[in-house]
Design a protein around this ligand. Structure first.
Ligand SMILES: [Zn+2]
Length: 115
């Protein structure tokens, strides 16, 4: 995995039981590094084995137990986002409509600020 960053809020796949157990998917709630431990909001894939990850399923794990970062999926069509370009939605018509609505709302609030 090149150029992957694990951030708070990301869904990841991890293995329980010191990396030998079953595969589970959970959302990262907290990332802690160093001694004494310090919270960070993200960590590169390169350094992730140094970190402790607190999950939203009530478990925590060491970095080596993390198998992959699961890319976010579109809430409308279920397709994977093309997020390497920083887009927060896929290209399906529903997500395009939502994007247009976002833009309209942005324009309205920008106009309000200008008044
Ligand atoms: Zn979509």
């Amino acid at each position: 995995m090149i150029n992957v960053t694990i951030k708070i809020g990301d869904m990841v796949e991890y293995r329980r039981d010191w990396g030998r157990g079953g595969y589970f998917e959970a959302r990262v709630m907290n990332i802690e590094v160093g001694s004494p431990r310090q919270e960070v909001s993200e960590i590169s894939w390169e350094d992730h084995e140094e970190a402790i990850f607190i999950m939203n399923d009530g478990h925590w794990c060491s970095g080596y137990q993390i198998q992959a970062v699961i890319p976010p999926f579109c809430p409308y069509c279920g397709e994977q986002f093309e997020d390497e370009e920083g887009r927060d939605r896929c290209g399906c018509p529903e997500s395009q409509k939502a994007r247009d609505l976002d833009r309209e709302l942005d324009e309205i609030s920008a106009r309000r600020k200008g008044e």
